[in-house]
Design a protein around this ligand. Structure first.
Ligand code: NDP
Length: 249
């Protein structure tokens, strides 16, 4: 399904796969110019080609959200001008018991899922507040249902997502009065590459069993929620959305 996002300029992080790639597609199909950010340049180039072949506008910008995004923003501005729709989607999920002491994984998750989100917000805040003065500005953070759940092996990942959910709620108090709509999306189990980075075979087996039990959303189904929320009338803010497979409780 498509929506009316004509004349909007979007940045989607983590657009190389999964929810980010599908979000970029639906935003472009809805009329937005879309800058695709992630580290794998080849994936982004393929997606940009696909969008252009469909008649949409896309720009592939290889970027790591944990680093300095000044040049990235300049590239986006040169091509598309001011950004008015930011989707903070890039994220990693690495699962192991805390006792394993995998500080490398903790750091990657904190750097990507929290610091990366903050970097992107910081980079595009001026764009959003300026666009808000003219009536269009959306910040969407992709958190997770994990922000509310407790289960073994995912303590750090779920803590980063709880941080994103809390950050979104707080930011809304700063940005909302300025006219920047803040939407926090909390997906449940969704088909993507996310679990492929887990290196603990027991946890992978658990995840597989879980997925088989409750099923999965497609990444396109989550993307649809993002496009829906950002295309509502300006005074309507879907500030917190949980989207789950029906059998996931
Ligand atoms: P994917 O692994 O398919 O997508 C993650 C994306 O993030 C990739 O495109 C990856 O591209 C990008 N990424 C990772 N690290 C960085 C970085 N440092 N800088 C820039 N981009 C980065 O998984 P999903 O689509 O599932 O994940 C998207 C979001 O959805 C995540 O925030 C995840 O936590 C959240 N989520 C997913 C759920 C699920 O069940 N799948 C459930 C709830 C939330 P590249 O490697 O090229 O940089």
């Amino acid at each position: 399904m498509t929506y009316d996002l004509t004349n909007r300029t979007a940045v989607v992080t983590g657009a190389a796969s999964g929810i980010g790639a599908e979000t970029a597609l639906v935003l472009a199909r809805s009329g937005a110019r879309v800058a695709l950010l992630a580290r794998r340049a080849d994936r982004l180039a393929d997606l940009a080609e696909k969008i252009k072949a469909e008649g949409g506008q896309a720009l592939a910008v290889a970027a790591d959200v944990t680093g300095d995004l000044t040049d990235t923003a300049a590239t986006v501005h040169d091509a598309f001008g001011r950004v008015d729709l930011v989707v903070n989607n890039a994220g990693v999920m690495l699962a192991n018991p805390i006792a394993a002491g995998r500080t490398d994984e903790w750091r990657r998750m904190i750097d990507t899922n929290i610091t990366g989100v903050l970097n992107v917000i910081h980079t595009f805040t001026k764009d959003l507040t300026s666009a808000a003065e003219e009536g269009t500005a959306d910040l969407v953070n992709i958190s997770s249902i994990g922000a509310h759940l407790t289960f073994p092996n995912f303590a750090v990942y779920t803590a980063t997502k709880a941080a994103v959910t809390h950050l979104s709620a707080n930011l809304r108090t700063e940005f909302g009065p300025l006219g920047v709509r803040v939407t926090n999306v909390e997906p449940g189990l969704t088909e993507s590459e996310l679990a492929s980075h887990v290196d603990n075979t027991e946890v992978v087996d658990e995840l597989t069993t879980w997925f088989e039990g409750v099923g999965r959303l497609t990444a396109a189904e989550v993307a649809d929620v993002v496009a829906y929320a950002t295309s509502r009338a300006r005074h309507v803010n879907l500030r917190q959305i949980m989207v789950l497979p029906t059998k996931q409780v």
